[in-house]
Ligand binder design. Structure first.
Ligand code: NAD
Ligand code: WQD
Length: 338
């Protein structure tokens, strides 16, 4: 029988793609999601990719009674914890909501896991815990100084999980620090569709390409980078999804806690992304260079060597494929799952 993995936030962008990778690897994902930032119609799409829809429970990760019931009734062998809020600007405006959801939610989950004797946990952390790094590529040992409440909520959970593992060595934990996840499943059936105006670059660019937005505003053209625009480590969401499966397998093999960057190890500028998207879509992406976005770091990318040596995982898909797959999803689903 396939081992059941509880996937909190599994209806969301990274979670839905990870369900595909889990199913391909012989696991049975069980999604718990409150649909606060996702659409239940993703399940039909997942059924078309996987062959059967993953089991789904609508509910909140902060609902301890619900978690206790799930752990009692289902033979859950491990948990991948995606559920959380991720908009940096909202976290500055409403920090307590972010700590409530991201930190308290993680505590309720780990308490329920402990009570149920399930001690395998893969946690969605973020490269945002590094803040403005001293240099790139960033190793996992770099200083941790997140610059906003969202990033601090991730670091708080990381710290708590490190303490938990020290207190109880039976835990098997992976803290995965994602760089900039983009792209979509190659089928074009699932992808990212942010509600309202996108904050992030790739969804904005693809909405310009499909005609939903007039032009991209490039946030700053005077950074000390090759073309003056910001540089990031974009990583294909399916590579990320496979990284979760690799981390799960590693945790199953040995107890302990690992902290791993999941990125490509390569930086791409805003204009590199624009050009790659133009190649992928055959469309011209209108853009205008505007002022820097407050709080933005000029350039960073990750060092993914540890994930490769520990998990045998590395990102295989390049920027062109990220744009091609985003475009296939965006073109086929201009308004998301609606
Ligand atoms: P997403 O918003 O698409 O997915 C998160 C899912 O969690 C959504 O489906 C949402 O409805 C659900 N959710 C939120 N709070 C919940 C709660 N209390 N109970 C149950 N469900 C809840 O975001 P994503 O991009 O897929 O991100 C997944 C995780 O990865 C998040 O923890 C995020 O912080 C982290 N992360 C994301 C990025 C990124 O750029 N996308 C980068 C680094 C880390
Ligand atoms: C990328 C580049 C922008 C939009 C964010 C979070 C981070 C992590 C990933 C969760 C930058 C530029 C963007 C636009 C632009 N999430 N840009 N015009 O800021 O690197 O990271 O998502 O953990 O915590 O902060 O990603 O996609 O917003 O920006 O020029 O309309 O694109 O300035 O250089 P970011 P992004």
């Amino acid at each position: 029988m396939s081992p059941t993995i509880l996937v909190t936030g599994g209806a969301g962008f990274i979670g839905s793609h990870t369900c595909v990778a889990l199913a391909a690897a012989g696991y049975a994902p069980l999604i718990l999601d409150n649909l606060g930032n996702s659409d239940v119609r993703v399940l039909d799409r997942l059924a078309r990719i996987i062959g059967t829809a993953p089991r789904f429970v609508e509910g909140d990760v902060r609902d301890r009674a619900l978690l206790d019931r799930l752990f009692r009734e289902e033979a859950i062998s491990g948990v991948i914890h995606f559920a959380g809020l991720k908009a940096v600007g909202d976290s500055v405006a409403d920090p307590i909501t972010y700590y409530q959801n991201n930190v308290h939610g993680s505590f309720v989950l780990t308490e329920a896991m402990q009570a149920a004797g399930v001690r395998t946990l893969i946690f969605s952390s973020s490269a945002t815990v590094y803040g403005d790094p001293d240099s790139s590529p960033i190793p996992e040992s770099a200083a941790l100084r997140p610059a906003n409440p969202y990033g601090r909520s991730k670091l708080m959970v990381e710290d708590a999980l490190r303490d938990l593992r020290r207190a109880d060595p039976a835990w098997r934990i992976a803290l995965l620090r994602y760089f900039n996840p983009v792209g979509a499943h190659e089928s074009g059936l699932i992808g990212e569709h942010p509600q309202g105006k996108p904050n992030n670059l790739m969804p904005f660019v693809s909405q310009v390409a499909v005609g939903l937005r007039d032009k991209l505003s490039v946030h700053g053209g005077d950074y000390p980078t090759a073309d003056g625009t910001g540089v990031r480590d974009y990583v294909h969401v399916m590579d990320l999804a496979e990284g979760h499966v690799a981390a799960l397998r590693h945790a199953e093999k040995q107890p302990g806690l690992v902290t791993l960057n999941l990125g490509t190890g390569q930086g791409a500028s805003v204009l590199d992304v624009v050009k790659a998207f133009e190649r992928a879509s055959g469309k011209t992406i209108a853009y205008e260079v505007g002022p820097r976005r407050p709080g933005d770091v000029p350039a960073y990318w990750g060092d993914p060597a540890l994930a490769e040596s520990l998990l045998g995982w590395r990102a295989r898909r390049g920027l062109d494929q990220m744009c091609e797959d985003s475009w296939r999803w965006q073109q086929g689903n201009p308004t998301g799952y609606a």
